[in-house]
Design a protein around this ligand. Structure first.
Ligand SMILES: [Zn+2]
Length: 396
């Protein structure tokens, strides 16, 4: 919601008026010098939208402010030319409305466009989010990264490395949405007050590492050639892509990282296909390169990659993981009921590479159980299990 500064207003005053933490208002207006607000200047108030209201007989601003639990001055701020003593029936005014509902509706076929639409809406309502692109897919889509928080501790979560595991994207974005609701409305999640998490951490989220693959699973082959003919051929001429994990060039993005890549290749297919082909060399695919570049640019203290399925958390790689990893995975396990697994016969994954090159905690979390793609009927159950891990990844 935008407001126009009046004489004497301050960001602190807005924080009191709307009961929104001051730092969230400051971070929603990063280009604004809080000490020198100019009359008429636009200021973003996070966690609110405006609604148009038509005056009916008997209305007064006092009654409206009382019934909506808003200070009278919050209504006056949005309607600078309004004379509260001369309301006219049928006249329209703007009312501030606190957002206390989810923007992300995750229980649907959550393709790239759905995600981008939700990210834009979140960014509009919560301008303290920072959204950028970490690179482009084979088909040219921007791969978005969302950052939230103001802390030193850099935490990274990603989802949908694998195309038919796309449910991880709305699960992760639902957490982001609930975190935003908790911050702006100052309501704890599972008893946990989240404002310290915002102060102590900076959370980086890449909600869909493999947008081309997700759209292939959900919407069928792209119109672009040669991608269209290729994926149909690699899928044995079937138009059912529900078993597809790879990107649009038939490369499995989680077999693309330079961490025992040759060992992984030796046991996997040597040609493009729906899954497990690691490419002709490590980091040959733009999506994997984008993730590697992001990870090198940032200083992540820990990374969590969300996949489906199995209700397990992989936490080791070649005994290179630092000792604190075990205590962390025990907490993740405690809050989710998922089983920690130190190592399996698997290499060249994102978390493997992170552990190997940074010697910091990296996790692959396999959400839910069943056969991929997991059905949306499991959404709430998976979310409840994942929520503890999302929170612990920030408070640990
Ligand atoms: Zn996976």
């Amino acid at each position: 919601m935008e407001v126009h500064v009046r004489r004497g207003d301050s960001l602190y005053y807005y924080s009191q008026l709307f009961m929104i933490p001051l730092q969230l208002i400051i971070h929603s207006n990063r280009t604004v010098n809080a000490q020198t607000l100019a009359v008429g200047q636009l200021i973003q108030i996070p966690g609110f939208v405006t609604v148009t209201y038509q005056i009916t007989p008997g209305d007064s601003l006092w009654r409206l402010s009382g019934s909506r639990n808003l200070p009278l001055d919050a209504i006056l701020l949005l309607n600078p030319n309004l004379n509260p003593n001369f309301l006219q029936i049928g006249q329209t005014i703007q009312l501030p409305l606190r957002v206390d509902w989810r923007i992300v509706s995750g229980k649907q076929d959550y393709d790239y466009n759905t995600m981008m639409f939700d990210i834009r809406r979140l960014q509009t309502i919560y301008p303290f989010l920072r959204v950028s692109s970490i690179g482009n897919t084979v088909l040219g889509k921007d791969i978005p990264e969302i950052e939230i928080g103001n802390g030193e501790k850099q935490v990274h979560y990603n989802a949908s490395f694998h195309a038919n595991e796309w449910i991880t994207t709305p699960i992760l974005l639902t957490f982001l949405n609930d975190y935003l609701l908790s911050l702006t409305n100052q309501r704890p999640i599972r008893g946990l007050t989240t404002s310290p998490l915002y102060v102590q951490t900076n959370l980086s989220i890449v909600p869909m590492v493999n947008p081309d693959g997700v759209d292939l699973v959900l919407n069928g082959p792209p119109t672009e050639e040669p991608s269209r003919s290729n994926v149909i051929e690699w899928n044995n001429d079937s138009m059912d892509f529900s078993g597809w994990k790879a990107n649009i060039r038939g490369v499995d993005l989680n077999d693309q990282f330079p961490a025992e890549w040759k060992r992984e290749r030796a046991r996997n297919p040597k040609t493009p296909g729906p899954r497990d082909y690691g490419g002709e060399s490590p980091l040959s695919e733009p999506e994997a390169i984008a993730m590697a570049d992001l990870t090198k640019d940032k200083d992540f203290a820990r990374v969590l990659a969300f996949h489906t399925q199995g209700r397990v958390i992989y936490w080791g790689f070649e005994n290179l993981e630092p000792p604190e990893t075990e205590a962390m995975v025990k907490e993740f396990s405690r809050v989710s009921g998922y089983e920690p697994v130190q190592t399996i016969e698997s290499y060249a994954g994102y978390k493997d590479w992170f552990i190997q090159d940074w010697r910091r905690p990296g996790f692959t979390v396999e959400l839910g159980s069943g056969t991929n793609p997991l059905p949306l009927t499991q959404f709430d159950e998976i979310y409840e299990e994942a929520l503890g891990i999302f929170l612990a990844g920030l408070y640990l």
